[in-house]
Ligand binder design. Structure first.
Ligand SMILES: NC(=O)CCC(=O)C(=O)O
Length: 263
């Protein structure tokens, strides 16, 4: 399957969901103009890490964000991996991803599993418990949120069911660890023999400068497309999932696993 992928490497205005919704809508239009099949946004695009203000700002059951993403998906006939947004669900706050197909139908919903202490996330946000695997644009896929990529055992859990052909990652990853971001994403691509499509934000909040460098990586860990570290942009890249069938044919790591020995 050939797919044109678009990544919206955007800046996020801290604590300003209305403003950020306009940015998200603008990049959907640009992705449609580029004839993209799939569009990916970064983590927590509605509020940024405005964690102390979640009581006022978190999206109730993700209603506003879902309505917007579904509308954009349908209007522009785009499959959308909707980054993540701060949500309120049953009096708790979550860092939640919504995925919509090109008909505007929700195909997945996922609450970030691993909360990032260095950014105080666990003080305000509750952790999810469920996998995030789905078919999007006829391709078996999985998705993770930012700090989740430091847990290869979790990604393997999701990637080996299928196995999945694309791993989407959405992030607010600071610039001082941007080399780790890139290296870990390349490793996740190689070990799972899958494409990795990773969207990071740019800009700053009160505590961090974020490092961009959104990436599209092939199943051999080679970088197909890479955005810069500071500028907002729409990164576009073409992938062909037949490539990873070739890689899997040569080194069948999924068949050779011995899960009975792993704990
Ligand atoms: N938003 C996040 O989860 C950041 C993760 C991060 O920066 C890391 O080094 O891990």
């Amino acid at each position: 399957m050939k797919l044109k992928i678009a990544i919206a490497q955007i800046d996020i205005a801290l604590g300003e969901p209305k403003h950020n919704q306009q940015t998200v809508a603008y990049y959907a239009q640009k992705a449609a103009e580029a004839n993209a099949d799939v569009l990916v946004y970064p983590e927590m695009w509605n509020t940024g890490y405005a964690l102390t203000e979640l009581g006022d700002l978190a999206d109730n059951n993700g209603k506003d964000s879902q309505a917007l993403l579904s509308k954009l998906a349908k209007q522009y006939h785009l499959n959308i991996v909707g980054g993540s947004v701060a949500t309120k669900q049953a009096n708790k706050f979550y860092n939640t991803m919504f995925v919509f197909d090109a008909l505007g139908q929700k195909v997945s919903e996922y609450n970030k599993l691993h909360l990032f202490g260095l950014m105080n996330e666990e003080k305000y946000v509750s952790a999810g418990h469920a996998v995030n695997t789905f078919d999007l644009a006829d391709v078996k896929s999985a998705a993770a949120i930012c700090y989740d990529i430091r847990f290869p055992e979790w990604l393997r859990t999701m990637m080996s069911v299928g196995p999945q052909e694309i791993l989407y990652v959405v992030a607010e990853w600071p610039i001082q660890r941007i080399e780790q971001w890139q290296i870990m994403l390349q490793a996740r691509a190689i070990e799972n023999q899958a494409f990795v499509v990773a969207a990071n934000r740019v800009g700053r909040d009160n505590n961090n400068v974020f490092g961009g460098r959104s990436l599209i990586i092939d199943p051999l860990g080679r970088i197909l497309q890479q955005a810069g570290d500071t500028q907002e942009m729409l990164l576009i890249g073409d992938i062909n999932t037949d490539d990873e069938q070739a890689v899997r044919g040569e080194i069948p790591v999924f068949d050779d696993r011995r899960p009975e020995l792993y704990y």
